[in-house]
Write a protein that binds this ligand. Structure first.
Ligand code: SF4
Length: 504
């Protein structure tokens, strides 16, 4: 028998709905064919970002708030183990029970056992990114437990057997008429004359959900923040469904990523200004629920918290990428992203779409996962996401870092990639003027290929990828180097007369 002491352990990467099925270019091509999706997205993202700009402009100290939010999150990451222990001590002292889950499988198993212990097979849920990330609904369904989403947009997506495409507005890809059709098809007891008026749709959802709230013994929630100094959890939401879930059932199970901690109550003040303005463009969010353990005779009497890692430690270990864990899931970055606006959230293949998803998913799953390795390239690097982020996550910088990790990880494989070949070619061409001159001799061929339209629309072989989404203009008749040589030849001053030579 061997005993290994002090052996380094491999990072535990995230599982569940973090891994894309297709690479981004494949999925984006599919989504770009959906004109209705693009129209819905353009309307919704522009409306939200205009609202956001108005309310952010009202605050003279917005930049200071962003810096404060960034500083708090940086300090949390620097002392995460210590803060988690402080939170556990305070939460437990007030009657709550903590469960630690290394990955999605462990977290799902813990939640299943807690539900079974209550002897029920139905639960209500508040919208939660963490439970989507670990695939909790799908897992519970396999185990014979029905989980009913109570957030309106989540309910629409669930009834349609679809996936959310935006972290804040999960049904952003559906319009009112599509929602009405889903309700008529899937909602038991709905009025057959239901119209697509927002008030009527909300009324139908309200009566459907009220029955669930009143009959459920167990609720599942996420959490936006956890305050270490008191062991308090916080959920912010807009519809009041969260408050119903957090107060009516006997048992409350909260699933939360380990990075959601704040050291003190006073830190919450910063985030309660940053989050609603950046997410829904509101000055304050309509419902803020805070609870600290169990209060006898008031609210749930069994209070559990499942603290999930699922790849967060791996992200934390990446010095350049760890600030992705500062994210407060406001969605401002996706509402300003030109790539997200055209492809929508499904193209990213993960619970986390848009610019934050393009860095967070590969950090949590490891860039080596073939499909997620294409995500850092799903960006024009325009920087709009960085400007919009309330906690100043430098997304473009992390995207470039992850691209370099991806390139490095593919080096040394037996077959060179298309990029390897192109870079080798470029290195040869630009290393000597004579090489570039040789290459330029092919320009007339390029003009020939461009033809009358004066553009090349299809390149052969490994270069084909370049023209898949862009044309190349016909090369000029004369290269810059030829022009330069000729120009300097013509303008060269006459040679000085040799010594002794007579001048006129
Ligand atoms: S990265 Fe920044 S802008 Fe994007 S969702 Fe997270 S906090 Fe919001």
């Amino acid at each position: 028998m061997s005993t290994y002491l002090g052996m380094p352990t491999l990072p535990v990467y995230g599982k569940g709905n973090l891994n894309a099925v297709d690479s981004f270019p494949t999925a984006a091509r599919r989504e770009l064919g959906n004109a209705q999706l693009r129209a819905n997205l353009e309307h919704a993202t522009h409306t939200i970002r205009d609202k956001r700009l108005r309310v952010v402009g009202e605050l003279p100290d917005w930049e200071d708030l962003r810096s404060a939010g960034s500083a708090v999150k940086e300090s949390v990451m620097a002392r995460l183990p210590e803060l988690l222990e402080e939170f556990e001590k305070n939460f437990t002292a007030r009657g709550g029970i903590i469960h630690w889950a290394r990955d999605a499988d462990e977290a799902n198993g813990i939640v299943r056992d807690l539900i079974r212990a209550e002897g029920v097979d139905e639960v209500v849920k508040v919208k939660s990114m963490a439970t989507q990330e670990i695939g909790l609904n799908e897992y519970l369904e396999e185990q014979g437990i029905a989980a009913f989403e109570t957030d309106l947009a989540e309910l629409i997506v669930q009834l349609d057997h679809d996936k959310p495409s935006h972290i804040l507005v999960p049904a952003i890809h559906k319009n009112r008429s599509q929602v009405r059709d889903i309700f008529l098809r899937e909602m038991p007891g709905v009025d057959p004359d239901l119209t697509n008026e927002p008030a009527k749709l909300a009324e139908a959802a309200r009566s459907h959900l009220r029955r669930k709230f009143l009959s459920s013994k167990v609720a599942i929630s996420g959490a936006n923040f956890a305050i270490a100094e008191s062991g308090t959890l916080a959920v912010v939401e807009s519809e009041g469904n969260g408050r119903m879930c957090l107060t009516l059932p006997e048992t409350l199970i909260t699933v939360m990523g380990v990075e959601k901690l704040l050291p003190a109550w006073s830190d919450l003040e910063v985030f309660m200004q940053l989050l609603p303005r950046s997410s829904t463009g509101e000055r304050m969010n309509p419902y803020t629920s805070l609870w600290t353990g169990v209060t006898e005779g008031d609210g749930p009497q069994n209070v559990h918290l499942v603290l999930v890692d699922n790849g967060r430690s791996a992200a934390l270990a990446d010095e350049m990428g760890r600030s992705a864990l500062h994210c407060i899931r406001c969605s401002a970055c996706m509402n300003v992203c030109p790539v997200y606006e055209r492809t929508g959230g499904h193209a990213y293949g993960s619970t986390y779409p848009g610019p934050i998803g393009a860095i967070l998913s590969p950090l949590m799953t490891g860039i080596k996962s073939e499909e997620n390795s294409s995500l850092p390239y799903a960006s024009s690097l325009c920087g709009a996401c960085y400007d919009a982020c309330p906690v100043k996550i430098n997304i473009p910088e992390i995207l470039v870092h992850l691209r370099s990790v991806d390139v490095e990880s593919k080096r040394g494989k037996k077959l060179p990639t298309q990029m390897d070949v192109l870079m080798k070619g470029a290195s040869w061409a630009f290393s000597r003027g004579r090489n570039l001159g040789l290459l330029e001799k092919g320009l007339p061929l390029g003009r020939l290929a461009a033809g009358r339209k004066r553009k090349i629309t299809k390149l052969p072989g490994i270069a084909a990828g370049w023209t898949q989404s862009r044309d190349i203009p016909a090369p000029p008749a004369q290269s810059f180097r030829d022009w330069w040589a000729k120009e300097h030849e013509d303008n060269r001053p006459a040679a000085a007369p040799a010594q002794g030579e007579k001048t006129a």
